[in-house]
Design a protein around this ligand. Structure first.
Ligand SMILES: [Zn+2]
Length: 228
């Protein structure tokens, strides 16, 4: 099987402790990863991948809690990783269960970042929010994935003629990373706290940067233009 050596290579080069320490918050008590149960009944060939995903999740769960400074987070007792033969989405998280599309995993076995994204949703477990915050929830999950777990991964270019910080996923993540770096590294943990308390997160941008989200997006767009 070709997948194994690729996975091994990815796992030996996580960000260094010093790199991560810049973004990590010392929690009063470390939050350990719950026990993870694996269900590969519908895709027995993915057992090895599932175990790699489990060990990655076990080591990253406490770090995700630290990156988001989740003092108030009560972890679930256990998690389930289920591999489904028929599933359209590559992966999704519902409560304490992450469902992976078996087809996706076979096609992209080196996509372990997907585990970090979904595991972030486990840690988020935000209550319903009357504000429109879905884009931010997905942006934070891609921020931990693309900017903290695999900060050297190649980036897709943002098409600023049509993009917005509310696009969710990578675009929101890129903007959060840039804004945090430029203004205040406590921004994402503060947004996480808002979402955990079902608050409107938008005033937090002003509080930490002195600028509205719209103004920050304009700055990010300006800073991202190729220099002539
Ligand atoms: Zn997501």
């Amino acid at each position: 099987m070709l997948a194994a050596p690729i996975l091994a290579m990815l796992l030996v080069a996580p960000p260094t402790k010093a790199e991560l320490a810049r973004y990590v918050y010392p929690l009063a008590k470390p939050i350990r990863c719950p026990k993870i149960l694996i269900d590969t009944k519908e895709a027995p060939d993915l057992q090895a991948w599932a175990e790699t995903a489990r060990s990655l999740a076990t080591s990253w769960f406490p770090q995700l809690c630290q990156l988001l400074a989740t003092e108030e987070f009560k972890r679930p007792k256990s998690l389930r990783f289920v591999f489904r033969a028929k599933q359209d989405a590559p992966a999704y998280c519902a409560g304490d269960e992450i469902s992976f599309s078996a087809e996706w995993v076979r096609k992209y076995p080196d996509d372990l970042g997907i585990v970090i994204h979904e595991l972030t949703h486990v840690v988020q477990a935000y209550p319903a929010n009357k504000n429109d915050v879905g884009w931010l929830v997905e942006g934070i999950a891609d921020y931990t994935r693309w900017w903290r777990y695999e900060p050297e991964a190649p980036r897709t270019r943002i098409d600023f003629s049509r993009a917005s910080y509310r696009d969710a996923y990578r675009t929101t993540a890129a903007w959060l990373a840039w804004t945090s770096q430029r203004y205040d590294l406590r921004l994402v943990p503060a947004l996480d706290r808002n979402l955990r308390r079902a608050e409107d997160p938008m005033p937090t941008f002003v509080k930490f940067t002195g600028k509205t989200a719209d103004a920050l997006w304009a700055e990010f767009r300006e800073a991202s233009q190729p220099k002539r």
